[in-house]
Design a protein around this ligand. Sequence first.
Ligand code: IMP
Ligand code: MG
Length: 195
Amino acid sequence: MVELHDSGTDTLRHVLGDVERILIDRGRIADRIESLGREISADLAAVPGDVEVILIPILTGSIIFVADLIRHLPQKFRISVLAAQSYPGRRTESVGVPVLGVVPDDLAGKFVLIVDDILDSGGTISRIRAELEQHNPRAVRVCVLLRKQRASALTTACDYVGFDIPDDFVVGYGLDYDGYYRNLPDIGVLKKEAL
Ligand code: IMP
Ligand code: MG
């Protein structure tokens, strides 16, 4: 007989112990994603002619965001993931952006929506946009849940932003530090001693 433990609650207790404060709670995140979904759907509906839409979520940080966002997008679309690892290990500063994964080879004429967790230096989005544009899509749009208040983020072209946040390192709702904390349902700032 297997013993069942409430491991979810236990995990969260460990995760929460390292969090200094919650910046955006799960209720605000859910409300904002619903309105982002409405905004994106309205824009897609306004595109003239038949348009084939492809969503490109950037792993790993966007997994929870994209899972929630697509349930507010009633259109027909495909999903094809790419990965970028700009903060390998215990870093809070970007160190260049290798793009991993297979760019779909049939992007010509399609409407591409890149979905990422956070716009920080802008390196990831710029790099991935440049890669995708080589395949002659009809349009490339960018949607991020968070955007930091720093010049490089604010000058990177981005069509949909969930929340503008201060230039702090944040975790939760898919965002990690050293691979941890993605399971925190809210977005928070870590204690100094956890970094
Ligand atoms: P950028 O290339 O500097 O814009 O960084 C974007 C990527 O770095 C995001 O997709 C995140 O995975 C990661 N990142 C940037 N800022 C944070 C943060 O505050 N917390 C967790 N991950 C971050
Ligand atoms: Mg990350």
